[in-house]
Every structure is written in C-alpha cells, then in structure tokens.
Design a protein around this ligand. Structure first.
Ligand code: NAD
Ligand code: UGA
Length: 438
C-alpha cells in the first residue's frame, strides 16, 4: 500500500520504516528540511537500536523515501498518517497546533479518496476535529465531492525498543467510523499477525491516554510503596517481585526509582488530567501520580544531601543522562532536574552517558561531560546512577572505588546488587531498599 507519514520524529520515522519493512511503500515527510536532507544521506537524527539498518535496507529496496512536501506525499498515498508532536500547553492541555496545520495542508492537496490516520497521541474527540478541518479545507473544484475517512491508530512503542515494539505489538488499536477505513487499516497491519482491536475513534483515543496514564500510575504506585519500604526497613525489589507473580498485577512497570521521564508520560498524564477537568471530572488519582513522581526526585536529592552534608564544592559523578537506556532522548530526563538542584547548592558535576552526551550539551550547563564512566567517577565524592544502561553493569568497580574520594553510590534505578556493592566497600543507597526516609 502507498503510505505517507507526516512527522519523521521518534514515532513517525520508526512507524514509516517498519511499515516499509513489512512491504508497504512509504514516504516520510517532515517540515524540518535539515532532518530530511540528513535522512536522505542516511544520517539518522535519533539513536534507536536497529533503526539505521532498516532505513538503509528499505531505501535500497525502494520502499522508503523522504520528503519535505506534504503535497507530494499526499498525492502519491492512499493512507496518510499524522505523527507530529502534541506538546503540552502551559496548563497541561495537549497543544494540537501541529496536528491542525497538517490536517489542513493534507485537505488542500486532496483530489480523490484518502484515509487520514491520527497516530500522534491526542485527546478524545480530536478525530472529529480533524474530520471537520479536512472537510472545511477540501479544494472546491466543479462541485466534485471528495470522499475521505479519518481514523485513529494510537502508537504504543517505547523508545529504546521501538522497532521490536512496532513489529511485535501486544495489540494494534484502530478507531474507525467506516468499513472502508477498517479494511484498509486491517490490510496494512495484517503482516504483523497480531490482535487488532477495532473501536470508534473516541474510544481509540481514550485507550491511548488511559494506557499511558495507567503505566505511569503503576510506576508511581511502586514508588510510593518504595517510600514506605525505606521507612519500615523493607526491600521494594522483593515487594515488586512478590506482587508481580500475581498475573492480575504483573511485574512490568513496577521498577521503583527516581520516577518516570521522557516525552510522553509527563505530558500525557497532564493532558489526561486537563481533558478530565474540561469534561467536569476531577481525576485526583492522576494528580497524585504526578506528585509522587516529582517527590521521587526530591527525596533522592535529600538522601544525597543527608549523606554528603554540605554540597558546595563536592564532586558528584553521574552515570547516565538520557530519560531511559537505549535512547539519546533527553526530553524530561530526571537527570536534568536532579543535576540542577545539586548545582544550585554548589556541587560540581561530572557526567557520562553512552549516547546522550551530544543532546545533553545544550541542556546541562556547567556539567563536565566525561569520555567514559571511569572518568566521571575519578576524584568524586559519590556516584549517582541515573540511567540503567547495560554498560554500567559491567564496570570494574574495584578500579572505580580506588579512583574515588569516597566510595559511595546512590542508585536511582536499583540496578546494582546492594550486598555486592557493600562487599566491594561501597556505601550503597538505592530507592526503597530500607535505609530510612528523607
Ligand atoms: P518528535 O518531536 O520526535 O517528532 C515530531 C516531528 O513532527 C518532528 O520531526 C517535527 O519536525 C515534525 N513536524 C511538526 N510539524 C510538522 C508539519 N507541519 N509538517 C511536517 N512535519 C512536522 O515527536 P515524537 O516523539 O515522534 O511524538 C509524536 C507523537 O507521537 C506525539 O503525539 C507523541 O505523544 C506520540 N507518541 C510518541 C512516542 C514516543 O515514544 N516518542 C510513542 C507513542 C506515541
Ligand atoms: C511510554 C510507553 O511505555 C509506551 O507504550 C508509549 O507508546 C510511549 O510512552 C508514548 O506514548 O510515547 P517511553 O516513554 O518511550 O514509552 O518509555 P518507557 O519504557 O515507558 O519509560 C518511561 C519512563 O518511565 C522512563 O523514564 C523509565 O525510566 C520510567 N520507568 C519505566 C520507571 O521508572 N519504572 C518502570 O518500571 C518503568
């Protein structure tokens, strides 16, 4: 099938490449001319495992191309996915300006049937607005009626495992208002051989918001439990394990730590809270999810303050900057807030991340970016583990200990074995590992 994807960011690019990989002909469009020029030269703008290889393969097979022109792509494609950003406004509501712009532009290029699919995460009822915008902006030629459908197809991929998530989804959700749209979307996803949930558009939009908010709630729940574990002397890792065996609960997304970050959970929880408020329901549970998430960072810093006492001129080594491993995405990374608070108290930060150093440069001011984890640890008063990259598991901690001023580690992701670290001579502090509260 001929498909256009508008917005070649994390979701648009990955979706476009994967749809090409399963046999469709895809044009990825972005209004960032530099991004498109780089993509055409096989210079991939984001770090995502396996992505570069798939881009190369599918360009070679002539199933994938890049353009800055919505007009060109919409002319050639039966299906047009909208995958532009939906950032937060001041009050947390989703800003749909990019979605509206793209819907208008698509409409103006149409001369025959097209299926317009929202893949961006949007509040319920956005599909209806897209439908109206397209209808109002269709070209008026000889009173010809141009047919079209709007559908919702939310995306559930995670950064860092995006290709595998797209190719092997737990389900594909399609929100449709016509049989024609349903058949086209089912055809597109047939090669994935997965469960396809068919709903109306509003329900599909709600599924996405409810899913992200539920996952954020799971994280905040275990983080609240971790707070109590610290107070009563229990170990949250064991608690999560014991809870997780219950199939109704599940072990996934019960990793306590310094909270969730990234471009989606914080923004999508905000947007769901606002959507609820606008519709006359106070979603207090989700507000609490947000507060617990903020508190995790604060209590992590308080723990560091308690153990280091005066932070002025203390040297703090930081392992990991990205909001999660296997990505270079720094949007809403916990590292940003934590480093800023420590710097405000006069601490000197030395940091290392396997791939997010470039993107960190403009965001983290006054941080000494080091060539590897050993350099970040050298001469420091303590270490912070912020992002649980695999390579941080394999470090030579004997060597690290000998190069530090004090062998002290604050493990914001509970990645290390407490006992093993203590045997090596480190003072070890995790999150919810029963060492008192702050
Ligand atoms: P992104 O910022 O990485 O990419 C958006 C792209 O859209 C940018 O490259 C931007 O230049 C482009 N764009 C904006 N306006 C445009 C226009 N008028 N014409 C052409 N291109 C335009 O964002 P993202 O992380 O890919 O997220 C996109 C949407 O998908 C959001 O709604 C997000 O919530 C949702 N989502 C993201 C993820 C994720 O893991 N990042 C997962 C699921 C859903
Ligand atoms: C999340 C969802 O998992 C995807 O299903 C969804 O498509 C996406 O948002 C989106 O809508 O954009 P993503 O943000 O890429 O994906 O990554 P996650 O793996 O969900 O991690 C999000 C944050 O939660 C990270 O900061 C991670 O460290 C944190 N997290 C995750 C925890 O603190 N504990 C956990 O148990 C799991």
């Amino acid at each position: 099938m001929n498909i256009a994807i508008i917005g070649a960011g994390y979701v648009g690019l990955v979706s476009g490449v994967c749809l090409a990989q399963i046999g469709h002909h895809v044009i990825c469009v972005d209004n960032d001319a530099k991004k498109i020029k780089n993509l055409q030269k096989l210079d991939i703008p984001i770090f995502e495992p396996g992505l570069a290889e798939l881009v190369r393969t599918n360009i070679k097979k002539k199933r994938l191309s890049f353009s800055t022109s919505i007009k060109e792509a919409a002319k050639k494609s039966l299906v047009i996915f909208i995958a532009v950003g939906t950032p937060s406004k001041e009050d947390g509501e989703a800003d749909l300006t990019y979605v509206e712009n793209v819907a208008r532009e698509i409409a103006q290029t149409m001369d025959s049937y097209r299926l317009i699919v929202e893949k961006s995460t949007v509040p319920a009822a956005t599909g209806k607005r897209i439908e109206r915008t397209v209808r109002l902006n269709l070209p008026k030629k000889n009173n010809k009626i141009i047919e079209f459908d709007v559908a919702s197809n939310p995306e559930f991929l995670r950064e860092g495992s995006a290709i595998s998530d797209f190719m092997h989804p737990d389900r594909v959700v399609i929100g449709v208002e016509s049989k024609r749209a349903e058949e086209i979307l089912k055809d597109i996803y047939k090669p994935l051989k997965t469960t396809i949930v068919v709903t109306d558009i509003n329900s599909a939009e709600m599924i996405k918001h409810a899913s992200n908010s539920f996952l954020a709630m799971k994280i905040s729940f275990i983080n609240a439990v971790a707070q109590i574990c610290d107070r009563v002397g229990a170990d949250v890792l064991k608690v999560a394990e014991g809870m997780g065996y219950d199939k109704r609960i599940g072990r996934a997304f019960l990793n306590a730590g310094i909270g969730y970050g990234g471009s989606c959970f914080p923004k999508d929880v905000d947007a769901f809270v606002r959507l609820s408020e606008k519709n006359g329901y106070e979603f207090a549970l989700l507000k609490e999810v947000r507060s617990i998430n903020e508190f995790q960072k604060q209590s992590f810093v308080k723990l560091i303050e308690d153990k280091l006492w005066i932070l002025k001129d203390k040297v703090i080594g930081v392992f990991g900057l990205a909001f999660k491993p296997e990505t270079d995405d720094m949007r809403n990374a916990a590292s940003i807030d934590i480093i800023k608070i420590l710097q405000a108290q006069g601490a000197k930060i030395k940091a290392y991340d396997p791939v997010a150093m470039d993107k960190s440069k403009d965001i983290l001011k006054g941080v000494q970016l080091c060539k590897d984890a050993y350099a970040a640890a050298r001469g420091s008063d303590c270490l912070l583990l912020i992002t649980e990259w695999e390579e941080f598991k394999k470090l030579n901690f004997k060597k690290i200990k000998n190069s530090m001023k004090h062998a002290m580690i604050f493990d914001g992701r509970n990645m290390y074995d407490k006992k093993a670290m203590e045997t090596l001579g480190f003072e070890y502090f995790g999150v919810g590992r029963g060492h008192g509260h702050y």
